[in-house]
Design a protein. Structure first.
Length: 269
């Protein structure tokens, strides 16, 4: 099929792409942006039905982009070629790589999750920064988590910076957005222990038993965990701090705690 070429910065399609940077238009259209070769590649690998793919050869970084575009078109996406300036208008990266797609949002619930017999689950509460949420998804993916559950979200999963910071693992890590009380009930029904990370805990995370079915609960950097999770978690733990800083970046804290669980589980096997 011939590819439509867009050069005008006033083209309605470009204006739509710019609008999709904001949450309200994303939610109204039930669509979101996926920018970057690696991110689009991972979306296609997970059979995400990309609606449209926009590209600009002037921004390509390698030689593999045409094959990716052909794969996207074969999967049903409509292609649009943009001039260099047109792509610069719709890109949200400082240095774009010339590929941007529109994907449909999805809704996953707790009932859709299928944890393993010895699950490791990450629960995060009220994460404010999209970049942190995306990096948390990468950490959960690297640790082999069964799922990430987002409680009381401040930012949405489909924020462009979540997609970017996750490097596309948003498409592969089962992720659910749900109220804390429902999440706690779901965990208890399945016999999954909960550990809450808080600076006020007396026990170090490395001294706790992180084997067996486990959910690691992380709060926001600014406020930490809510009283709900602090009061209902099975065990509070802390990460030791030797310097003057009173907290770690939440994505870093998640990574440290998850990989301690991975280490213990590996040693047990």
């Amino acid at each position: 099929m011939p590819v439509e070429i867009i050069t005008s910065l006033q083209n309605p399609r470009l204006k739509r792409l710019v609008r999709l940077r904001d949450r309200r238009p994303r939610d109204e259209e039930r669509a979101f942006l996926v920018e970057g070769y690696r991110e689009v590649r991972r979306a296609l690998e997970r059979k995400v039905a990309l609606e449209e793919v926009y590209f600009s050869r002037d921004w390509f970084l390698g030689e593999n982009e045409p094959a990716l575009l052909a794969e996207a078109e074969a999967a049903g996406a409509k292609l649009f070629e943009l001039s260099k300036d047109a792509f610069a208008k719709v890109a949200y990266r400082e240095r774009p790589d010339g590929i941007l797609a529109v994907a449909p949002q999805w809704k996953r619930t707790l009932a859709d999750l299928s944890p393993s017999s010895n699950p490791l689950i990450l629960v995060v509460e009220a994460i404010e920064k999209p970049g942190n949420l995306g990096t948390i998804l990468r950490s959960a993916d690297a640790a082999g988590c069964d799922a990430v559950i987002v409680c009381d979200p401040v930012t949405d999963l489909f924020n462009p910076n979540v997609v970017r910071a996750s490097t596309g693992v948003l498409f592969s890590v089962p992720c659910v957005v749900e109220e804390g009380a429902r999440v706690l009930a779901w965990l208890k029904e399945r016999g999954i222990r909960t550990i809450a990370t808080t600076p006020a805990a007396t026990q170090l995370y490395s001294e706790a038993d992180l084997r067996g079915p486990l959910a690691v609960i992380m709060g926001s950097e600014q406020y930490g965990l809510s009283e709900f999770w602090l009061g209902n978690a099975d065990l509070p733990v802390r990460i030791p701090m030797a310097g003057q800083a009173d907290s770690l970046n939440v994505a870093m804290a998640a990574l440290i705690t998850l990989f301690e669980a991975v280490r213990q589980r590996g040693a047990a096997r």
